[in-house]
Design a protein around this ligand. Structure first.
Ligand code: KG4
Ligand code: ZN
Length: 339
């Protein structure tokens, strides 16, 4: 089954074609990051307008690279939630028109479920159930993936998402948006014990986490150094920050897997590209006797392949949308699609 899928939830206009879910025939991503970098973060209206300009060409290119014509497609998948509403609406409307005009089934896909499914693309032998740490710019979750379309949230952030914390810390350090990759690079030359940063925990919710105290500590560290006229050890602060984020996320992900009796841990989302996080996950999963799946960095950020893969499993589960499909800015990963 060949599915064309469209992703436009944030600042990447993306389209891909999957064959029976896990085989990716094409994956085209048009990033707007450069345009938003000038403003230090994503400007929603600019994102919507750029999606509108780019989407037709991106879809055409995805078909061309897959060596297919529109008539060869069996279904159209699209990210309908969560994300920037104006950005999502561009993809949803395009997908709706494309599917209705060709009488193809339209499959709505949850963006974070898409992130998880890159593990199916990268690891053909992987089957649910497993536990997954999903860490992106807008969301951070520990999820029990009971089946391809059956998810239970075990833990989540009480404030900022992990990627958001990276982007804000990067700003304090004077690094360009999106800051996660820049911090990762800078941290490689720094001492992870250079600065003492807090690791918060949430009473009565041991798998939940919080990044706001950590973010404030990074800001205060930089301000204090400036006020005292002392040089800031930027690589040390970046390394200490990465270490703190890994300290917060990794033990909770391992504990999540244990609590739901899973022997497999997967990782997903843009922050899953972080090298400190990946190294710590490898170490602590091995110590806990868990099989760890780390998807390639190239598939961690937003892309269309992840939506094209997940769309296949949503299709098998009977999920279909009609002409009234709407976008949702927020929606839990556990929610079933409600037409
Ligand atoms: O999943 P994603 O591409 O988009 C959303 O769904 O939000 O995640 C983007 C986030 C950004 O906050 C970015 O700074 C972060 O992922 N990120 C990283 C790294 N690469 C991207 N964070 C830490 N280390 C990285 N290497
Ligand atoms: Zn994402």
């Amino acid at each position: 089954m060949r599915i064309l899928a469209i992703e436009s939830s944030c600042d990447e206009t993306a389209a891909a074609v999957s064959l029976d879910g896990r085989t990716i025939l094409s994956n085209v991503v048009l990033s707007q990051a450069d345009m938003h970098a000038v403003f230090g973060g994503v400007v929603p209206e600019i994102a919507s307008r750029r999606h509108l300009e780019g989407i037709a060409g991106v879809v055409e290119e995805a078909l061309r690279r897959a060596g297919l014509r529109p008539d060869d497609l069996d279904a159209v998948g699209v990210t309908y939630a969560p994300g920037l509403i104006g950005a999502l609406l561009v993809g949803v409307n395009f997908a709706k028109a494309y599917a209705l005009a060709r009488d193809l089934p339209l499959i709505p896909v949850h963006h974070m479920r898409g992130h998880i499914s890159v593990n199916y693309i990268a690891f053909p032998e992987l089957r649910p159930p497993f536990c997954c740490l999903v860490v992106s710019g807008g969301h951070s979750l520990i999820v029990d993936v009971r089946d391809y379309t059956d998810m239970r949230i075990l833990g989540t952030t009480r404030d900022d998402a992990a990627g958001e914390a990276f982007d804000k810390a990067a700003r304090v350090l004077g690094l360009p948006y999106p800051g996660g990759l820049e911090i990762d690079r800078l941290a490689k030359t720094g001492d992870p014990h250079a600065y003492k940063l807090p690791r918060a925990h949430v009473d009565d919710a041991p798998l939940d986490f919080s990044f706001s105290g950590l973010k404030t500590a990074v800001r205060n560290t930089a301000h204090n150094a400036a006020q005292r006229g002392e040089p800031l050890d930027a690589p040390g602060l970046a390394a200490s920050f990465c270490e703190a984020v890994a300290d917060i996320l990794v033990p909770r992900a391992v504990e999540g897997a244990k609590r739901c009796g899973r022997d497999t841990l997967c990782v997903a989302g843009g922050v899953a590209a972080n090298s400190v996080l990946r190294a710590r996950l490898e170490r602590e999963s091995a110590a806990a006797g868990l099989h760890l799946y780390l998807p390639p960095v190239s598939l961690c950020g937003d892309n269309g392949a992840m939506i094209a893969c997940q769309a296949y499993y949503e299709y098998l589960a009977g999920v279909r949308a009609g002409a009234s499909l709407n976008a949702r800015a927020t929606l839990p990963i556990s929610a079933s699609f409600a037409p």
